[in-house]
Design a protein around this ligand. Structure first.
Ligand code: SF4
Length: 246
């Protein structure tokens, strides 16, 4: 059991990574992307090149002790769908009585579709990083729009709770980009969507300027707010998007 997944980090307690549940987050090692704003850079290198910071067995025994206190376990990354043992690890922890969350960049649509069809997760959060024609420039890789869209249609119409989310760096995504992304979200009837401010720090692109805040015009804010029933903005800074969007 100990090498089922390679774990790059563990957040033993959080209130924000699974909706309305106290959860732990397991960060799986390795990611297929190199997003310019990524601050989880220690998780990027492949699971083949790094050993677990905690064995799966130790994770299970930690979760045994937290039963009754923690309610959910979120598999995040890196990109968790890169690891073959993901579904089995989810199943072991689900059998312990935990709700299962998945945070994914959405590139491995087939793996997420299998997870949905097997009812292996109770909550799935998928990154929507950019307009499809800008993925390569921002993440290092282009994405299969058709598969990504098919996954969205399946997820939105499933019983699984979900969220789409976009990390915004003001120097990377323009207002026009966000309008285009809003059109895709609306066309696919996405009802849960978060815009989140990027975190400055140890970014993959070391030259990325520190441009905090989330600035949306009234028109863009209203487009999201009127068409997406659960639209939220996550920002730690004193950004003036509220003024602009008021
Ligand atoms: S931000 Fe991008 S590069 Fe970083 S872990 Fe997430 S998907 Fe991978």
């Amino acid at each position: 059991m100990s090498d089922l997944i390679t774990i790059g980090g563990l957040q033993p307690f959080t209130m924000i990574d699974y909706p309305k549940k106290i959860s732990a987050v397991v960060f799986l090692q390795g990611c297929n992307l190199r997003c310019r704003y990524c601050y989880n850079t220690s998780l990027l290198c492949s699971e083949n090149d790094k050993s677990s910071v905690i064995s799966f067995e130790s994770l299970v025994s930690f979760l045994e002790k937290r039963r009754g206190f923690l309610e959910a376990v979120v598999f995040s990354g890196g990109e968790p769908c890169l690891q073959r043992g993901l579904q089995e690890a989810m199943s072991v922890i689900k059998d312990m009585g935990y709700k299962i969350g998945l945070h994914t960049n959405g590139f491995f649509a087939d793996a997420v579709i299998e997870i949905i069809n097997n009812n292996a997760a109770d909550f799935i959060a998928i990154d929507f990083k950019a307009p499809f024609n800008r993925y390569q420039e921002i993440t290092g890789y282009s994405i299969n729009k058709e598969k990504y869209s098919y996954l969205a249609d399946l997820l939105v119409n499933s019983e699984i709770s979900y969220e789409y989310r976009t990390t915004v760096h003001n120097g990377i995504l323009s207002e026009n980009d966000l309008f285009e992304m809003a059109d895709w979200l609306i066309a696919h009837r996405v009802e849960n969507y978060a815009l989140q401010e990027y975190k400055h720090g140890n970014s993959f692109d070391q030259n990325l300027p520190n441009l905090p805040g989330l600035y949306l015009s009234n028109m863009l804010y209203n487009k999201f707010d009127k068409n997406i029933s659960n639209f939220i903005i996550r920002s730690d800074s004193d950004a003036n998007y509220r003024e602009l969007a008021a």
